[in-house]
Write a protein that binds this ligand. Structure first.
Ligand code: ADP
Ligand code: MG
Length: 251
């Protein structure tokens, strides 16, 4: 086998995300992550739960290459990112990672279509029109592309943000409280959308959430406390997740 072929096989087999003993200590001494190891396989939906201050956002930022761990190793799609300088990390993030935030973060003066293609254009890449059409039809926004974000409901804006996150065909989509600002019905639609992307397109999704019902849509849920993963539940249910969180609050 040629070197290129060996590399291709290795890359395909590497998990979407692999953290090995990742620690993050903030200036002042707060140890927000305390030797966390985990792997996220391609095509899986992982939820991350835990009390406020338990390290969920820090975990997500380190796993996505937004922040550098103090020690330990982070691999995205087989590529080690912990030693990369800021420029290379930014490049890798643009190519391999998509983000969805609670607050949608769409630019008000741009059309939905321009919002969706903005990260690609910033990366100097040409949008794949057929892929974008597939996505916008899937999320029910094909006839809203010329609208401004303010002309859309919250649920529609978040679905546009999901399309934006997927436009570059990232290895992983990270979502931090994606349903936190939505009414129940819109939240359901966004969760259905994320789950469908995993089931139908093999997308990998990591979602931070406070809501046990949202986390129950994932394949696996991690529960964090004090910078550590204290529980990992396969096929989690909302009642068992709620029970674990209550127990943590009562320590
Ligand atoms: N930039 C920062 N500087 C100092 N401490 C921080 C910073 N960001 C987070 N922390 C601290 O790290 C811990 C974990 O925070 P975070 O990852 O935001 O938790 P969560 O997302 O679960 O609420 C908390 O004690 C928080 O106060
Ligand atoms: Mg947080």
């Amino acid at each position: 086998m040629s070197t290129a072929a060996v590399t291709a096989v290795t890359a395909r087999r590497a998990p979407a995300i692999a953290l090995d003993r990742v620690a993050r200590t903030y200036p002042g001494g707060v140890r927000a992550l305390d030797d966390v190891s985990l792997t996220v396989g391609h095509g899986t939906f992982l939820a991350v739960m835990g009390p406020s201050g338990s390290g969920k956002s820090t975990l997500m930022h380190c796993a996505a290459g937004l922040d550098s761990p103090t020690s330990g190793s982070v691999r995205i799609d087989g590529q080690e990112i912990s030693g990369l300088d800021e420029t290379r990390r930014t490049e890798l993030r643009r190519e391999r990672v998509g983000f969805v935030f609670q607050a949608y973060n769409l630019i008000p003066s741009l059309s939905v279509e321009d919002n969706i293609t903005l990260p690609l254009r910033l990366a100097g890449r040409r949008p794949d029109r057929a892929w974008l059409r597939t996505l916008t039809e899937r999320v029910g926004l094909a006839d809203r592309l010329a609208h401004r974000p303010a002309e859309l409901s919250g649920g529609q804006q978040q679905r546009a943000a999901v399309v934006r996150a997927l436009a570059a065909r990232p290895a992983v989509v990270f979502a931090d409280e994606p349903t936190g600002a939505l009414d129940l019905r819109s939240a359901h639609q966004v969760l259905d959308l994320l789950r469908g992307l995993v089931d139908d397109l093999g997308q990998t999704v990591v979602m931070v959430t406070h809501d046990p019902a949202a986390a129950a849509r994932a394949h696996r849920a991690l529960v964090m406390a004090d910078g550590r993963v204290v529980d990992a539940l396969e096929r989690p249910t909302a009642p068992e997740l709620a029970e674990r969180l209550v127990a943590l609050g009562e320590r």
